[in-house]
Design a protein around this ligand. Structure first.
Ligand SMILES: N[C@@H](CCC(=O)N[C@@H](CS)C(=O)NCC(=O)O)C(=O)O
Length: 204
């Protein structure tokens, strides 16, 4: 049995999908949240000087998407075959694209440019990504999962984005009823509901 240690800040961000997978799969792990005081020293020990990092039996893996795929394979959350795995990747990559524009908008310092990015996100980019995700849900029956007939990394990654990332942008609403219903289905998974109840308070 492998041992897992997930290293991140006290935040949801790029680590929360992995935490969702650990919860749903009922897999034990160490949830190491690096404090501001520890960060400079920890950073030196990391391949790219960034988190999240997953230590598997002492071996360090970096890059959140690689970590998520590795865990999804290990925890049986990566579909039933290659085609399902590719469809799961498709959802996750769309969420990465959405995450890039969300972060650009959140972190922009120039007020005029921030306004422009915010407008573009609300009027163009979020609706386009939401609509694509609804099409994928519809293509898979509409009222279940993004891919196949069981929960996967795709569903948990979407839940993490829609619960946490999207809500950080003022006025950005998950205004697609099918995505809202999907999120509610994910929140109702008992192991995930339990994690959502007990997860630490965090600033992001
Ligand atoms: N592509 C990387 C990006 C990692 C990243 O940007 N990590 C941020 C936290 S979300 C970080 O470590 N920031 C602190 C730093 O760069 O010093 C991934 O997906 O894991």
């Amino acid at each position: 049995m492998s041992s897992y240690k997930l290293i991140y800040f006290n935040g949801k961000g790029r680590a929360e999908t992995a935490r969702f997978m650990f919860a749903v799969a009922k897999q034990e792990y160490e949830d190491k949240r690096v404090s501001g005081d520890e960060w400079a020293e920890v950073k030196k020990s990391l391949l790219f000087g960034q988190v999240p990092v997953l230590e598997v039996d002492g071996v360090q893996l970096t890059q959140s998407c690689a970590i998520n795929r590795f865990l999804a394979k290990r925890l049986n959350l990566y579909g039933n075959d290659d085609m399902e795995a590719a469809k799961i990747d498709q959802v996750c990559e769309a969420l990465v694209d959405l995450g890039i524009v969300l972060r650009d908008c959140l972190h922009e310092q120039d007020e005029d440019r921030k306004k422009m990015l915010h407008k573009k996100l609300l009027e163009t980019q979020a609706p386009r990504h939401f609509a694509g995700l609804v099409k994928l849900l519809d293509a898979n029956g509409g009222d279940g999962f993004f891919v196949g007939n069981k929960v996967s990394l795709a569903d948990l990654d979407a839940a993490s984005y829609f619960l946490d990332m999207v809500t950080r942008v003022p006025d950005l609403k998950l205004n697609e009823p099918k995505l809202v219903a999907h999120l509610e289905r994910m929140k109702a998974i008992p192991e995930l509901a339990d994690w959502l109840k007990k997860r630490p308070e965090s600033p992001f």
